[in-house]
Design a protein around this ligand. Sequence first.
Ligand SMILES: [Zn+2]
Length: 133
Amino acid sequence: MDYNKLLDGAYEKLGEISGEGERFEVPKLLAFSEGNKTIIKNFQIVCEKIRREPQHLTKFFTKELAVPASQEGERLVLHRKLREDLLNKKFQEYVKDYVICAQCGKPDTHIEDSGHGTRMLICEACGARAPVK
Ligand SMILES: [Zn+2]
């Protein structure tokens, strides 16, 4: 299977959602292995770029990859050897589900707790509201 092709496909999908005009570029996670661990060294910076709580993204990775993770300063440590491209592919899914507005494709959103255990993705650009997992 051509992994790069798959990755390109994911990029294209995001591009489609964004539509015309300036396209939001998903920041890239920079990861390396250290023994049996994988360290995302720009974790904090990336979270700031997409304006999401590091804890939220950590939880996502823990769940999606079934791997224990802990934040150490600006870095995220995942307790297994993982490929950087896999991490970025998962991260793109995260951005698509929790950052990009499905209506207008802009990343100017935030997540609001609407009570009853449901959370909404609120778009600051077009006002769209959508429940998130
Ligand atoms: Zn929107």
